[in-house]
Design a binder for this molecule. Structure first.
Ligand code: SF4
Ligand code: SF4
Length: 345
């Protein structure tokens, strides 16, 4: 373990940049904390509890180009004409083999333990066979510096969710505030290499993670049947804004969009765009039919995906208790009323 000053912590972020990492760190502007690119001279918000975005936005960026392909689209005097396979016979679309996966290294700097656990969940999803090549390329070259929380805000529930603890492989350097100083514990070879550049004197003690103080105490209890029986009171005030899924560090649902170039419409980009289960179009099929029809159904679907479905499919919960879906919901919809046993507002 080493003991350093705040300036040394900022120096560490700069040094990671010098080592070729794209450093993503929390920065504060107009009272809102957001993860963004760090560069020397930029401040880092080391006192934040909640950020409006999460590491997921960098590991699975919205609108990522997957590949390009040539289509049969042409511009005619009537406008864009696209030949579809079932209408006019086979469509001679060719996939451009020149797609590439990301090559840069990312250092997530001063993320919280719940964020590190959200990455653990995304790994289970995106790296399960067949692995997503774009996500995999980013994860293989990423480094994680975790800044512990001393306490949560009104919405945090990482203690009942168990996500204040860190699993092996999800923290390269652990950082704890200690008065005006910071304690640093490298937890991997890459973390040791980075921390050694600070030339700080090592202390004998080992820094182990510690649970933050929570403002409310309850346990989490989830089953499909229980979620089906949950009260629907208040759910019709849902505005379908999707803020709960946009700000969630574990939501990964996406849709595919083909973007035709105006000048050369046969040249098509295939993009992966974020999709939210709280939007009507999520379950809409041709003809306008919906499988998940009501706001209550959408809420239950979100909770089932987070808890019983994720436990069954990936062996871990899809909710890390960060509280973003509660903090950023304009309708005050709070999933702790459904899954929190003993939770009191
Ligand atoms: S953030 Fe709240 S209002 Fe918006 S979609 Fe989610 S539950 Fe509905
Ligand atoms: S469901 Fe809500 S509390 Fe759970 S990880 Fe997502 S945003 Fe955080």
């Amino acid at each position: 373990m080493i003991r350093i000053k705040e300036g040394d912590l900022l120096r560490l972020a700069s040094m990671l940049g010098d080592m070729g990492y794209r450093v993503i760190a929390p920065t504060e502007a107009n009272g809102v904390t957001k993860f963004s690119d760090f560069s020397a001279g930029t401040g880092i918000d080391l006192d934040y509890i909640r950020a409006i975005n999460t590491p997921r936005d960098f590991l699975l960026p919205d609108g990522e180009r997957l590949y390009t392909y040539r289509s049969t689209a042409t511009v005619t005097s009537y406008g864009l004409k696209i030949r579809f396979p079932t209408v006019e016979g086979p469509c001679p679309v060719t996939i451009n083999a020149e797609y590439s996966t990301p090559s840069g290294r990312i250092a997530f700097f001063a993320i919280h333990p719940c964020h590190a656990n959200a990455i653990r969940y995304l790994d289970r999803v995106m790296l399960s066979d067949p692995a997503d090549p774009y996500y995999k390329a980013r994860r293989e070259r990423s480094l994680i510096v975790v800044l512990e929380c001393e306490e949560g805000d009104d919405f945090c529930f990482c203690v009942p969710a168990g996500s204040w603890k860190l699993d092996d492989g999800y923290c390269d350097i652990l950082v704890r505030r200690s008065g005006d100083e910071f304690l640093l514990q490298p937890k991997s070879k890459a973390g040791e290499e980075a921390a050694s550049k600070l030339n700080a004197r090592a202390e004998a003690d080992l820094l182990e993670e510690k649970a933050p103080k929570m403002r409310s105490s309850f346990s989490i209890s989830t089953s499909e049947e229980m979620i089906d029986r949950c009260e629907s009171e208040g759910l019709d005030s849902c505005t379908l804004c999707a803020a709960c899924t946009v700000t969630c560090p574990t939501c990964y649902c996406s849709d595919i969009e083909d973007r035709f170039h105006l000048v050369d419409p046969s040249n098509v980009e295939r993009l992966r765009k974020r999709m939210s289960c709280q939007r009507r179009c999520y379950s809409m099929i041709a003809g306008g039919n919906l499988f998940i029809k009501t706001k209550e159904d959408r809420y239950r679907w979100r909770l089932k995906h987070k808890f019983p479905f994720s436990s069954k499919a990936f062996g871990i919960s899809g909710c890390v208790g960060c509280g973003n879906c509660i903090a950023f919901c304009p309708a005050g919809i709070d999933m702790r009323r459904t899954v929190g046993r003993g939770f009191k507002t």
